[in-house]
Design a protein around this ligand. Structure first.
Ligand SMILES: [Fe+2]
Length: 448
């Protein structure tokens, strides 16, 4: 057996880290980059600086970016986020001899989001790290010292108010804290929310008037942590609940409603029902369980809809499709709003793995109850694809989808741009990168 066969999945193939930081210009392009695209596509991922990590989620944050302008791909570059782990490779995640918490000890590896003139690299256990437009690290961002705890990698930016709405979760009380950041970047609310047990809360849901927390039974255990094993595991006896709260609410105004035990890393979108004020619609990529038998990804997620009836105190749970999906996205302008089209990566041809590289981009028309797909072809594996609106958009799907696609035969990656209105068509443009981009997590389009 070759040595590489013994490695965990996240250290081999296109999950394996790359060793250097480069800047490349004069990128070869097939097709035509829409000239109106003026900005940066940035994507974060785990790239362990020592070459190895205990779990896919524990590698060091590396941003891969492509600058588009005037129909050209001006550059590709990749940079580590300069965290304490970058400066001190091998620094343990938790010092078991002396377990202290430093809010700046982030791997900054999960998402990259622009808000209030800043580009923030996010990881759910610590404070964000700011980078500049050339991907150089500015430093930890604490909202003028007001944040000294965890901040989710999945805040939602309200398209109506410009607020950035988030939360943080902890292994010690408070297990959950709700955060609200104003449109100009000021942390204006941090409220502790009671939870019965520490659970992994990777993401949450926001509507125009409410937030919906997901208390799902992937539970933290100190015993597992002290034994040096994956501290989170599926414990369905813990129950599963959705917590609905007004956006300016607090612990006293959360309404908890039970759902079937399951796990969700990522919602697709959520909204207040347009005509029934007591109903909230939440669409998610739902796993029947997560880490039930081992810390492996041995389940796949499918699209489900939770329709919350606040008057009845109940949730109707409906599976909408049977394709394995992850990385659901909608246009930034539809976040928290009623929407028609959702986009996700289908992981059908992915050796059973859930995330990282799929095989197709699926577009759901939730109004018509139909879907279409872009199949990337044999050995070509997309990660998350981000929606970028067309400049003079009329329809909700008037825009572009972009993301990195790994080509196994060439062992290189491309930035692929699809027409969101016609995803099955040939890509509008394929920007050929001089290297492979390891499978990672989440990204954003940051307009110039
Ligand atoms: Fe995520």
């Amino acid at each position: 057996m070759a040595v590489t066969d013994q490695l965990p999945f996240h250290l081999k193939g296109n999950y394996a880290p790359i060793g250097d930081e480069i800047t490349a210009t004069d990128l070869e392009v097939t097709g035509e980059i829409p000239p109106e695209l003026d900005g940066r596509y940035l994507r974060n991922g785990a790239n362990p600086i020592t070459g190895e990590s205990e779990h896919w989620f524990f590698g060091d944050g590396m941003i891969h970016g492509v600058r588009l302008s005037g129909g050209r791909a001006e550059w590709y570059r990749n940079r580590y986020v300069r965290t304490p782990y970058y400066h001190q490779p091998g620094k343990p995640l938790i010092d078991l001899e002396n377990p202290t918490f430093d809010s700046a000890d982030s791997k900054a590896n999960t998402h990259v989001v622009a808000h209030a003139g800043r580009i923030l690299c996010l990881e759910e256990g610590h404070v964000p790290y700011e980078i500049d437009g050339e991907l150089e690290t500015v430093g930890p961002h604490t909202f003028d010292g007001r944040l000294d705890s965890a901040f989710t990698a999945h805040p939602k930016i309200c398209p109506r108010t410009g607020e950035m709405i988030g939360f943080g979760y902890g292994m010690a009380p408070p297990y959950l804290t709700y955060h609200r950041v104003s449109a100009d970047g000021e942390l204006i609310q941090s409220s502790e929310i009671d939870l019965p047990a520490p659970v992994m809360m990777h993401d949450f849901n926001v509507t125009d008037r409410r937030v919906v927390f997901m208390d799902l039974p992937v539970v933290f255990s100190l015993d597992r942590a002290l034994a040096g094993t994956m501290p989170f595991a599926f414990e369905p006896d813990n129950g599963a609940r959705l917590g609905v709260m007004p956006r300016d609410g607090d612990n006293d105004t959360v309404r908890w409603i039970e759902v079937e035990p399951c796990y969700v890393f990522h919602p697709v979108n959520s909204y207040d029902h347009p005509t029934e004020p007591d109903r909230v619609v939440v669409d998610v990529a739902r796993y029947p369980s997560m880490w039930a038998a081992s810390p492996e990804f041995d389940e796949v997620a499918t699209l489900w809809r939770w329709e919350i009836d606040l008057a009845a105190g109940s949730v109707a749970e409906t599976q909408l499709d049977d394709r394995p999906i992850e990385f659901g996205r909608v246009p930034d302008s539809r976040v928290a709003q009623d929407y028609r089209f959702g986009y996700a990566v289908s992981s059908g041809d992915n050796d059973g793995l859930v995330a990282g590289g799929g095989s197709a981009l699926v577009k759901y028309d939730l109004e018509a109850g139909t879907s279409s797909a872009h199949e990337f072809g044999r050995g070509r594996q997309p990660g998350e694809m981000v929606f970028v609106p067309a400049e003079h958009r009329a329809a909700e799907d008037d825009g572009y989808l972009m993301g990195y696609v790994y080509d196994r035969a060439d062992d290189r990656s491309d930035l692929v741009i699809l027409d969101a209105a016609d995803v099955a068509a040939e890509p509008l443009a394929t920007v050929h990168l001089p290297r492979r981009v390891p499978f990672g997590f989440h990204g954003s389009w940051v307009p110039a």
